[in-house]
Design a protein around this ligand. Structure first.
Ligand code: PCA
Length: 212
């Protein structure tokens, strides 16, 4: 059976949990549209995270790679449109590194597009009453770093699609007034995103779908 590599991140920034870790753990082994999901955990560390991702790609030989991370404060599940070739950390990573204005790949392009059908994913989630929108930036911390590293690596893997999805805080992480989403809705949403990425070859071209 073909495989889908689904990565989550360890907690960072003083948090005790990371919803993306739970999502990858709970979808590990699940079969979606005749593909088996392999869940993996990435360290929230510049450099190490891409190294671990590449190792997972080597061992699982996936047909599709979706990396998931937490974007505290967002209220929706947000497939990212573009990865940027820059590290610019607003807080230290889990190894106390805080790169500023540094290229991820010295001679790499300024950005890479996601090759996931991001608009179709948003439509599928909204159809299931799960809040979703396209995000225009994954930031410049470890998530964008991994997203860029993924797309740079996939140049060497023809036909393998990949991209990044940010998810909100879990209810227990949110401070008063901050948005959050229940874990079961996130799991259902990411499973739908995987199914949509397998079955929709050509993305929908629709207006809107973006709030970030
Ligand atoms: N979110 C961070 C890194 C790890 C994670 O889950 C980010 O958005 O960069």
């Amino acid at each position: 059976m073909k495989t889908v590599l689904l990565t989550g991140f360890e907690p960072f920034g003083g948090e005790k949990v990371n919803p993306s870790e739970e999502i990858a753990r709970q979808l590990h082994g699940v079969v979606i549209a005749k593909h088996q999901v392999v869940g993996a955990l990435l360290p929230c560390v510049f450099g190490e995270a891409i190294k671990e991702l590449k190792k997972q790609i080597r061992t699982t030989k996936p047909a599709l790679v979706i990396c998931v991370g937490q974007a505290g404060g967002r209220s929706e599940i947000t497939p990212e449109r573009v990865a940027l070739n820059v590290d610019d950390a607003r807080i230290p990573d889990n190894a106390e590194q805080q790169p500023v204005d540094r290229a991820i790949a010295k001679n790499g392009p300024v950005g890479y597009w996601s090759t996931l059908p991001i608009k179709a994913i948003v439509a599928a989630l909204r159809g299931a009453e799960i809040p979703a929108s396209v995000s225009q930036t994954a930031g410049t911390f470890v998530c964008n770093h991994v997203f860029y590293g993924l797309m740079h690596e996939l140049k060497n893997h023809r036909g393998v699609r990949g991209g990044f999805i940010h998810v909100p805080f879990l209810p227990e992480q949110a401070q008063a007034g901050q948005a959050s989403l229940r874990l079961d809705a996130m799991i259902e949403g990411v499973a739908l995103a995987i199914g949509t990425s397998i079955t929709v070859r050509r993305d929908k071209r629709v207006v809107g779908g973006a709030t970030h």
